[in-house]
Write a protein that binds this ligand. Structure first.
Ligand code: ZN
Length: 134
């Protein structure tokens, strides 16, 4: 599998309007967009930095994964995403190696990316996302 770089870091926040102030006003990053991913019950704000991104994640539903994460662990880093060249191939390789996956097949993520999550039991508790973009 070819991992190119860290694509983004997903940070779970209760209130995006409040949370984004730190990134905009203190770090001086530029917010390039906000997108709702209905399937994931989440609203995502993008702050690109070099070839990576900070993504603030605010739940749109009390039963969404981000909401559940905050309930269990509080606000904070929810996942790390690695950019791969070919997600289908990467998933085949992981399956062949017996790595447990949350997503056996790519699905649609924010920003038009193809994404899949690896089970955190495989990664010392870190939710790892693999992501492919055109
Ligand atoms: Zn992500």
């Amino acid at each position: 599998m070819k991992v190119k770089h860290i694509d983004h870091i997903g940070i779970a926040v209760k209130e995006m309007a409040q949370a984004k102030r730190f990134y905009e006003e203190i770090l001086g990053l530029k917010l390039t967009g906000v997108e709702e991913v209905v399937e994931q019950k989440v609203k995502v704000a993008f702050f690109p930095i070099t070839d990576s991104e900070i993504e603030l994640l605010e739940s749109t539903q009390p039963d969404g994964p981000v909401s559940k994460f905050i309930e269990a662990k509080g606000e904070g880093i929810q996942h790390i995403a690695f950019r791969v060249e070919n997600l289908e191939e990467a998933l085949q390789e992981l399956k062949a190696k017996g790595v447990r996956l949350i997503d056996e097949r790519p699905r649609k993520g924010a920003g038009g990316a193809k994404i899949a999550f690896i089970h955190p039991k495989e990664t010392n508790g870190v939710l790892v996302e693999l992501c492919e973009r055109d």
